[in-house]
Design a protein around this ligand. Structure first.
Ligand code: XMP
Length: 310
């Protein structure tokens, strides 16, 4: 904590010097890195920071609400909340190919963000949650990170990257010290395309809603059990299975529970969950989530199975 305080003090002073009386724009997803950068910049420059949170309709249950609660209500940030759910889901309707879906989500995200940016006057800087591993991986050619390599030339914005020399665990300590809630600081990784890659095939609103509820139950129960698992979530594939509900034939979706542990995400193992826990999650999903008539546990390690389904 003392080191974190020293870091925060230095980062605040450095940012004030860099930004002067300029304005900084930040895409705030609610993930660990962008949340910590937001909290740090709010401390450094207050209302000179403009945060934009784009809800693409593929967020987990309660996630966008938490961004508003923490940053707007508690930290009094300048936050622009864009509910672009309809835009994304309309574009995605009928699109079953995984790579096409990812492409649509990525492109539309940039479009929505650019539109919001164009409405603002006097932005001189772009805040980014780049962390040190992003830079290392990009340099080593492991993975191209969207936030490494600079900005498109037409944007005259200078980058503000206050945590770019920190590793993930250090970013978490700084976030905690800045008063962010544990649920935000210790959250599991969540892919940019969100629930979109876990609602396999062509996304429909009803199946997406079932996925969101089932996923919330998986998270709640695993957290309540106090388990330390890298990623744990639900997937609702684009298929149906026969069941019987209240004496009537049901033809509903299965829900797959996916849990993995990993060190470097290149390989991953499936933890042996306690049977009673699996049963509890199963009973809750079957009892509480309309449209789901079966629950399965995915036993596939990576490789061959990737973490995500698409
Ligand atoms: P896979 O499915 O490739 O996932 O085994 C490896 C890790 O990366 C996450 N993931 C993403 N993260 N944008 C992200 O920021 C993405 O498009 C994306 N796709 C997968 C996944 O959750 C896992 O942690």
């Amino acid at each position: 904590p003392e080191l974190a305080d020293a870091f925060i003090e230095e980062a605040v002073a450095y940012t004030r010097e860099q930004v002067g009386d300029g304005k900084v724009l930040l895409a705030l997803s609610g993930g660990v890195d962008s949340s910590v950068v937001a909290a740090l910049l709010i401390k450094a420059i207050g209302k000179q920071l403009v945060c934009v949170h784009v809800n693409h309709g593929l967020m987990r249950k309660g996630e966008s609400e938490q961004v508003i609660e923490v940053f707007q209500n508690q930290m009094d940030a300048n936050l622009i909340y864009v509910d672009a759910t309809d835009r994304f889901l309309d574009l995605l309707a009928g699109q079953a190919d995984p790579e096409t879906k990812r492409h649509i989500i990525g492109e539309e995200f940039i479009k929505v963000f650019d539109e919001e940016a164009a409405k603002l006057d006097g932005i001189g800087f772009l805040g980014q949650g780049t962390i040190y591993p992003d830079i290392l991986e990009s340099e080593a050619g492991v993975k191209a990170h969207h936030n490494v390599g600079g900005l498109p030339e037409e944007l005259n914005w200078e980058l503000v990257e206050p945590v770019k020399l920190l590793f993930k665990d250090e970013v978490r300590v700084v976030g905690k010290q800045l008063g962010l809630p544990d649920g935000m600081v210790y959250r599991q990784p969540f892919p940019g395309p969100g629930l979109g890659v876990r609602c396999t095939g062509a996304i429909t609103r009803d199946r997406l809603a079932a996925l969101r509820e089932a996923d919330a139950i998986v998270r709640e129960e695993i957290e309540a059990a106090g388990l330390d698992i890298w990623q744990y979530f639900a997937v609702v594939p684009d298929m149906r299975a026969t069941g019987v509900r209240d004496g009537q034939r049901a033809y509903e979706w299965p829900c797959i529970i996916r849990c993995i542990n990993t060190v470097d995400v290149m390989t991953a193992e499936v933890p042996e969950l306690d049977w009673a826990l699996l049963k509890k999650i199963t009973d809750r999903i079957l009892g509480e989530v309309p449209g789901i008539c079966r629950v399965l546990y995915d036993l596939s390690p990576k490789p061959i199975g990737t973490v995500e389904f698409e």
